[in-house]
Design a protein around this ligand. Structure first.
Ligand code: F6R
Length: 364
């Protein structure tokens, strides 16, 4: 049942801390605090590159995974949505790592992409929530997201669990490839282990998120912005808003705005931005300043360190706990999903069963 929550989506949003904790328990050795993967049928240290493919939210999780694998494990990564990867015919190096991500393990496009990669001698590692699914049977290795059943059509906890697994996989890959010092590994694992309690703090921002939702609910179009690993987080926010509130939303890399979408901006287009403190903070702030100068209404998610600067320019600010930059995309994804949920509630849509959508898409 819904355990007293109004919708499954609300219940599943509240399961985030527990789900991230359970997923980490599977992958972190409690005594050594090191990442342990199950025995791999191939050698991670010798994989020449990774090909990531998935659909929808799982694809956005894969985009964050690309940032991590490139940056921390120094592994070259190609990524595309599964419905395109199948037909792209990219040159593939045998022995590459095919990384497939799916909540259901039954998505037709992702399954077809898996089979295509397999035929070309790519090792198949799938990140799956349903561990007895078709994709699980056809993979060389499955890393499970321990999210439990996700009933709401819009994905929430499965997405953050996917990110958690990809973060652990990145650390293990980096160690195997010799690109991560032991002390840095400790720091990244500590940041992950700290996440469940930091995520629980996000729910304390419910009122601020509901105030933001009032602005978004009045809009016809909404622009979502971020930089670096916050680009896929912005995409996840925009997708969720479209899915359940039927408001048109588009996500852009903040720096790309001036190459076109800035012409859309006026007082009727709210701009939702994910701007944690860190090396990209100043650049993103100046992009937001440009939007504000054109009448844009800024709705910003930042952290305690960025709060002062953002409060001075934004109409609404949601202040999240400050976390290590590595895990910031996991933390920031949650209020993005909460915002979409609150907007849908204000609009009175059927949150758990949005029109035209099915939980698992088994046609190509
Ligand atoms: C978004 C959503 C969809 C799924 C996509 C992939 O809220 O639910 O975009 O993420 O259909 O589904 P799975 O992960 O089952 O392959």
């Amino acid at each position: 049942g819904k355990d007293g929550y109004r919708y499954y989506m609300e219940k599943e949003l509240h399961e985030h801390p527990q789900v991230i904790g359970q997923t980490l328990q599977r992958m972190v050795d409690p005594s050594t605090r090191r990442i342990v993967l199950p025995d791999l049928p191939f050698d991670l240290a010798r994989v020449p590159r990774a090909i990531i493919t998935a659909c929808g939210s799982a694809f956005y999780a894969g985009m964050v995974g690309r940032y991590w694998l490139e940056d921390i494990a120094r592994l070259p990564v190609d990524i595309d949505v599964a419905s395109e990867m199948r037909y792209r015919n990219p040159p593939l190096v045998p022995g590459s790592l095919g990384l497939l991500i799916s909540q259901s393990g039954e998505t037709a496009d992702t399954l077809a992409a898996l089979r295509g990669l397999r035929e070309r001698a790519v090792h198949i590692l799938s990140v799956l929530n349903v561990e007895h699914s078709t994709m699980a049977r056809e993979s060389d290795l499955v890393l499970g997201t321990v999210a439990g059943p996700e009933i709401s059509v819009a994905s929430t906890k499965a997405f953050t669990a996917q990110l958690t697994v990809l973060a652990c996989l990145t650390i293990a890959t980096a160690r195997a490839r010799g690109t991560l010092k032991a002390s840095d590994e400790e720091e990244l694992v500590a940041a992950l282990l700290d996440l469940p309690s930091r995520v629980a703090d996000v729910f304390g921002q419910g009122d601020a998120i509901r105030q933001m939702a009032r602005v978004v609910a009045e809009a016809r179009d909404v622009l979502y912005l971020g930089r670096g690993s916050m680009v896929p987080v912005a995409m996840e926010g925009a997708l969720k808003l479209k899915e359940i509130s039927y408001i048109h939303a588009e996500a852009y890399a903040a720096g790309e705005m001036k190459h076109g979408p800035i012409s859309l901006i006026d007082g009727n287009v709210p701009i939702v931005a994910a701007v944690p403190s860190g090396p990209l903070f100043d650049k993103t702030s100046s992009n937001l300043q440009e939007a504000k100068a054109r009448g844009g209404r800024l709705l910003v998610f930042t952290d305690t360190e960025g709060a002062g600067r953002m409060s001075a320019m934004a109409e609404r600010v949601v202040v999240l706990p400050r976390v290590h930059g590595f895990v910031a995309p996991i933390l920031h994804a949650i209020p993005m999903q909460m915002l979409a949920y609150e907007v849908a509630v204000l609009k009175g849509t059927d949150v758990d069963q949005p029109r035209n959508l099915a939980k698992s898409v088994t046609v190509e």
